[in-house]
Design a protein around this ligand. Structure first.
Ligand SMILES: C[S@@+](CC[C@H](N)C(=O)[O-])C[C@H]1O[C@@H](n2cnc3c(N)ncnc32)[C@H](O)[C@@H]1O
Length: 232
């Protein structure tokens, strides 16, 4: 029986770390370290439960995070000594400027249009020091996948439907936690990298598209694209 339907991370946040238990965070952290060598101040936008921030803070970075979900902010605040803010990537305003800004695991896919992408990018560039870098890790799948997994007895069934017309992947996840089921629905906006280039050309930046958390160049059909931007 489905008890509840959620459209934001309010409820999923409580189970986020369970279902990310076997995610290869080390590979992601190594990638961030490679890209943000000799950087000190780091901001994670859409930081979720704060796992990257926790690792990076322990490695000596001075970190902050923001997230739109209050629950995520509360969870990240338990893992990170420095401040996590409940803010939106579209219009956040912080006093500090950073040497590196990261948006890991599809945060920008939660935006609804190229206009919103540009708004979040431009806002972030205002918070970035000269020669600072920004990593935007995007989901690039245009497929209709089903994923089922069980972690510590908790079940997750993710159904994805991609609409070519709207460039949107509709993602419906049914969780079974103990005896309770709940559904989490959200949409991923899937970007055309050529259209993103039109946006990038308006700013004083250089950029590259990588994949597999390595120096491997992304292709148009790569499952994930990590855009690494440098403010010049
Ligand atoms: C898939 S989770 C990724 C969390 C974390 N970065 C990670 O790598 O696990 C997406 C996160 O983005 C946050 N988010 C989505 N839209 C946002 C927005 N407009 N502003 C700030 N955070 C947002 C969600 O609340 C959620 O915590």
């Amino acid at each position: 029986m489905i008890d509840e339907l959620y459209k934001d991370y309010y409820k999923y946040s409580d189970f986020y770390d369970i279902f990310n238990k076997y995610r290869n965070y080390n590979r992601e952290i190594r990638f961030i370290l490679n890209m943000a060598k000799n950087k000190k101040w780091l901001l994670d936008i859409g930081c979720g439960t704060g796992t990257h921030l926790n690792a990076l803070e322990n490695l000596g970075y001075i970190v902050n995070g923001i997230d739109k979900s209050e629950n995520m902010v509360a969870l990240a605040s338990q893992k990170v000594k420095r401040q996590i803010y409940n803010m939106d990537i579209l219009d956040y305003k912080l006093d500090e400027k950073y040497d590196a800004i990261i948006a890991m695991h599809s945060v920008f896919n939660h935006l609804k249009s190229y206009e919103e992408f540009e708004k979040a990018l431009s806002n972030s560039l205002d918070h970035l020091n000269k020669n600072g870098i920004m990593i935007i890790d995007l989901d690039n799948r245009r497929s209709n996948d089903d994923v089922f997994d069980i972690v510590d007895g908790n079940k997750r069934y993710l159904e994805c439907f991609y609409s070519n017309k709207y460039n949107i992947q509709i993602r419906t996840t049914t969780f079974t936690i103990g005896l309770k089921d709940f559904i989490f629905e959200h949409e991923y906006f899937i970007y055309d990298i050529k259209k993103l280039e039109e946006i990038f050309s308006k700013y004083d930046i250089t950029y590259t598209y990588l994949t597999n958390f390595s120096y491997q160049k992304a292709k148009r059909n790569s499952n994930r694209i990590h855009i690494v931007i440098k403010k010049v």
